[in-house]
Design a protein around this ligand. Sequence first.
Ligand code: MF3
Ligand code: CO
Ligand code: CO
Length: 269
Amino acid sequence: MLFRNRSVHVKTPREIEHMRTVGRMAAETLHAVGSIIRPGVTTEEINDFVHKDTLRLGARPAPLNYLGFPKSVCTSINNVVCHGIPGAQKLQEGDIINVDVTHLFQGFHGDTSATFYVGTPSEDAKKVTEIARRCLDLGIAEVKPGARLGDIGAAIQEFAEGLGCGVVTDFVGHGIGRKFHEEPKVSHVGVRGRGERLRAGMTFTIEPMINLGSPEVEVLDDDWTAVTVDGSLSAQFEHTILVTETGVEILTQRPGPLQNSEIFPDYWA
Ligand code: MF3
Ligand code: CO
Ligand code: CO
């Protein structure tokens, strides 16, 4: 109980080892998804691939039946911001698709997502995707003991809005552990120096959703699919991270470069 009393948000060394294990597993499945992205593939096929790969690793797909979600992964295409439900829709040349994988293993969750290019992207698709990728990196770069949650949101908001994009505020990052979603809420907008102070041992996600246009979203009649109100493209990347004594550890680091996503290394050069 000694550790727990420091803060409800801080995990014990034993819990952190579990988070490392499940984080690595979720990253492995997301990495494998990169190899199956191409025109003609249905989101149902992506779901089945993720489901099988998750079980192959000995884990469970946390989305399945979570608050009634009917599938094992979220697949969000083009103007879909998040929580897209896999089905008969086929990927088309030029689409972008976020695949959001969450594994549950030995009582702990690992949550990670990426946006993939289907074939050759438009300049708009490239812009929103590369901005979202960089927003996650900039958010992670703020993480260290003593920093504030507001520092993360500010770094993301300054960069995305500076390039004319909208940062979604209806959905946020989250603490993660034995629960899929726990405290704290990790906003992707914010003010430096504000918000809860980060402490070594906290585990949470950063998962900025960036819209090419307005940050406004609406949820469709299926009660899950969130889309941009203005119809603009939206992209997202997510990692589960640990606050360490010296800074940050990415718990969902992939085993190698992400096919069909990390294909423009010189975009910001
Ligand atoms: N993986 C999403 C997140 O990043 C949550 C999906 S909830 C589900 O928080 F029910 F749609 F799976
Ligand atoms: Co998440
Ligand atoms: Co997720």
